[in-house]
Design a protein around this ligand. Structure first.
Ligand SMILES: [Zn+2]
Length: 368
């Protein structure tokens, strides 16, 4: 039998408790045989060689927010409204082949689970049938006509149920695109149905300053987009910031995961924490699209469970969620980042966090 080794890294996280600054894993052959503080392991196993494994040792990480169908869309850099125009201009590239390409990349990065927004039913159906990984596929909803809300909600709930029936691994949910691209009655109805039927929602909220301007004043670069496409302008906007609007509409709660949550103040973070809603941060995408900086300090202060996502290859250089954490390493407490990349992601997707304990195969330990 090969001699035992003690693996260590800047942060060691076993999937439960607090990530350890000076932690280690005792490894023998292909298995973990003990975990604990590095000094204790060295005392207990003085003959074991100490091997430094880099920044972190963790259970498989989770990419809690991506758009695999944008994997063949060229990468955009610039303000958020320009990104929306870019995605619309390249919409023919959102094919099942693009989904396949993105899924292969996630597998190369060794993710344990993922959350994906599917723009088309075809893309969602492909993923449901082919994904070997667990997670959630959220069918995207963009629908602004309030007169059709009831019929649309019934149709969407049926689609979720049908896809779920065909899905061996993934849960199926819905993604109302943004607070401004779904009518208030539809959003309210989808929230009720999600709670009643038990399917999850994921929504882009408080992503950009332009979103706040549109929601509070009805003006700005986002307002110009529907008109340039020959669509009716955004109307009857609430005059409230995105989070306050969702709170007033009564749609916050554990069934709803907010993606981004950048443009928020402390009171809004408190509202989110009290509602039990969850949050996914995509820091490199936010930087690329000039959206601002996620206020980690506020979210951690109010005890929200934060997860990490890459967003798509159209706004981010790769789908490796570890690179989101490493990009912030030191600017944000690395232990919070490690937890977000693992436990936070599993929680957002409604999955158990795998634990590293005596008997865990080393193939289930990810080094960063
Ligand atoms: Zn997104």
């Amino acid at each position: 039998m090969s001699p035992p080794q003690i693996w260590t890294a800047e942060v060691v996280y076993t999937g439960f408790g607090t990530p350890m600054r000076r932690g280690g894993l005792l490894v023998q052959g292909d298995y973990v045989v003990a975990t604990g503080p590095l000094d204790e392991l060295r005392q207990g196993y003085p003959q074991a060689e100490v091997v430094h494994k880099g920044k972190a040792l963790t259970p498989p990480v989770v990419n809690a927010h991506t758009h695999l169908d944008l994997s063949s869309t060229p990468r955009f850099q610039g303000p958020y409204p320009g990104f929306i125009r870019h995605v619309i201009a390249h919409r023919s590239r959102r094919t099942p082949e693009a989904v396949q390409k993105g899924l292969a990349e996630l597998q190369r990065h060794g993710v344990g689970a993922f959350g994906d927004i599917a723009h088309s039913l075809e893309g969602a159906a492909w993923l449901v049938e082919h994904s070997p990984l667990p997670g959630v596929v959220y069918l995207e909803v963009i629908h602004r006509n309030p007169q059709e809300a009831e019929a649309m909600a019934s149709r969407l709930a049926r689609l979720v149920a049908q896809l779920q029936e065909r899905s061996p691994r993934l849960r199926v949910g819905l993604s109302p695109h943004t607070p401004f691209n779904v009518s208030p009655p539809l959003l309210k109805r989808l929230s009720e149905l999600a709670q009643k039927e038990g399917f999850p929602l994921q929504m882009h909220v408080a992503e950009s300053p332009e979103e706040t301007e549109l929601m509070t004043q009805g003006t700005g670069a986002l307002q110009a987009i529907p008109q340039s496409l020959g669509l009716p302008p955004y109307q009857d906007l609430p005059g409230l910031t995105p989070v306050r609007y969702l709170a007033e509409l009564g749609v916050l709660g554990p069934h709803l995961t907010l993606v981004h949550g950048v443009q928020v103040d402390e009171e809004e973070v408190r509202i989110l924490a009290q509602s039990g809603s969850r949050v996914v941060s995509c820091p490199r995408s936010n930087a690329n699209l000039g959206c601002g900086v996620f206020p980690w300090g506020l979210y951690l202060k109010h005890g929200l469970e934060v997860a990490l996502g890459t967003d798509s290859l159209a706004s981010s250089p790769d789908l490796d969620v570890r690179n989101e954490a490493l990009w912030l390493w030191g600017r944000v407490d690395p232990r919070a980042l490690v937890r977000a990349a693992t436990r936070g992601g599993y929680r957002v997707l409604g999955l158990e966090t795998p634990r590293i304990t005596r008997g865990t195969p080393v193939s289930q330990v990810q080094s960063w």
